[in-house]
Design a protein around this ligand. Sequence first.
Ligand code: BES
Ligand code: ZN
Length: 627
Amino acid sequence: MKFLYLILFMTLYFGCSKTSDENSNEEKDSEKVIVNDPHSYANPEESKIIHLDWDATVSFDEKVISAVATLTLENSDNAAFLFLDTKELSIEKITLDDGEEETHYEIGERDPFLGKSLKVEIKPETKKVVITYSTSPEAEALQWLTPAQTADKEHPFLFTQSQAILARSWVPIQDSPGIRFTYNAKVKVPDELMALMSAENPIEKSTEGVYSFQMKQAIPAYLLALAVGDLEFQELGPRTGVYAEPSVVSKAAYEFAELEAMVAAAEELYGPYQWEQYDLIVLPPSFPFGGMENPRLTFATPTILAGDRSLTSLVAHELAHSWSGNLVTNATWNDFWLNEGFTVYFENRIMEKLYGRDYSEMLTSLAAQDLQEEIESMTSEGMAADTKLKLALNGRNPDDGMTSIAYDKGYLFLRSLEEEVGREKFDSFLKEYFTKNAFKVMTTEEFVNELKVNLYEKNGLVINQDNIDKWIYSEGLPENAPKPISDKFDIVDTQWTHYGEGIGFEQLDTEGWSSHEWLHFVRGTPEDLDMEQMKKMDQTFGLTNSGNSEVLTEWLVQSIKHQYEPAYSRLEDFLINTGRRKFLMPLYKELIKTEEGMQMARSIYGKARPNYHFVSTYSLDPLLENK
Ligand code: BES
Ligand code: ZN
């Protein structure tokens, strides 16, 4: 334990040398940045991974990946040890370079979040560490699905989710966002399945089930990804395409038809797309997130296949991460807002460019509402400290930082800067920021310095440090926070006013509403609607049968609130067949507010839990397990 603390609190120094611009402002940037990643055992100042060769066999029968990971190192002159992160891995042997002889290693004590350190004895001249190991069937990053849990019900499926610190449960690695490496992989899967990674990917199945991958750009471990299943590829454009199970692929291709245009819009905003190809994979419904920005291959939930392209802002979000996050990476999970806040800002700019300001203002208004609610609930639950942009997640699960603070407060902060200095200056600042810091790490403090020098001073403006500090280091929202205004939502609100004045649901003017307007409308359902009124609302607008997962979730929340029982079987069905945490949380949270609801929630959870990913059960267990 002592050892663990030693490592935890050891300050890690690693180089973050910047482009050697002539600009004198750059001098400061080229100093070494001190980064202490509290969520990794890695010792990059002594020995750092720069490349991974991964040779793996995937066994669905055993729910195990057996692999050899060959790590190429960059060592300091007196390097004696390489520290890696692991979680529930069985290490069989470790050798160095081309030698046969095993090297000495030690496995540290288990921390519930961090797993165990793996301390490998090396020499300063050691180039490669070769680790033969296998994963545990309970590996937290891996979800093994039976055929019944897939769309086509014929073949099993496997996918990984490495962010934030789960990569270590399938590869022994330096699992810290500040440590980047390239990788090559060879993966053997059952003959009838295809394997894909966050790398250059096949577009057809191989006959023997062996696939080779190459990722030439250096990435941090949280972007390592693998998916194995009965998959097909459909091209969408010269550098875009989509993978999905055979029965899903054409629906997906329809939904994402604008992908190529999105990439072009993103490039126009903030510079070239640096990863060559951009594909999506639609996963089975148990995927716990909406999307995950694995480089070259975004992982996506099937719940965005609404049939009308109305939920594609999620794709814009994951695409935007190809700049914010994947190019310029948060140094630690305490700086998570740098990944997500920038991405939400960028996402909204893409949506505005493609569909206009009216459209993007609906999205930002919805987000601002969510944020307001979340700040209130976090504050009332004693979590107010987590409403600061700069987080303090040391000793905690970094997943705790995945709240709308990083996303939407982060977004509003950047929007406030845009509004202060004007869009033109802000855009050229951002473009330069992404270019200059590409493939590097960023701390919150360094970002503030960037702002000061390259946004304010460069434009002859003076930074208001107090204001910046308030956004970053204070709880809640500053008073001067931007307030997105959607005229379209004002019109939606008017319909509720009409309803209040006695006009029936059929007479309300809902003609041509987008799913965002529907979402806002359903959110506005008056608390005092009685059963008859709920029924009428449902019959008129077909809400219980909505094919739009966002609208449906909101309607189901209202149904629970109003104890509208006709929606309960759809609710149960949805909870059993969807694993996306964003939908599960509000539904279960609403259910458990009453005694009967709690019983119902527990009974549904009993049936649904085997379908959920670790990430979702981690959040739900505390709410629902009998204590
Ligand atoms: N990178 C995140 C997902 C994530 C964050 C996974 C932290 C694990 C830890 C991804 O880009 C994301 O933000 N997904 C959102 C969708 C988005 C439109 C807000 C999601 O899954 O809901
Ligand atoms: Zn994101």
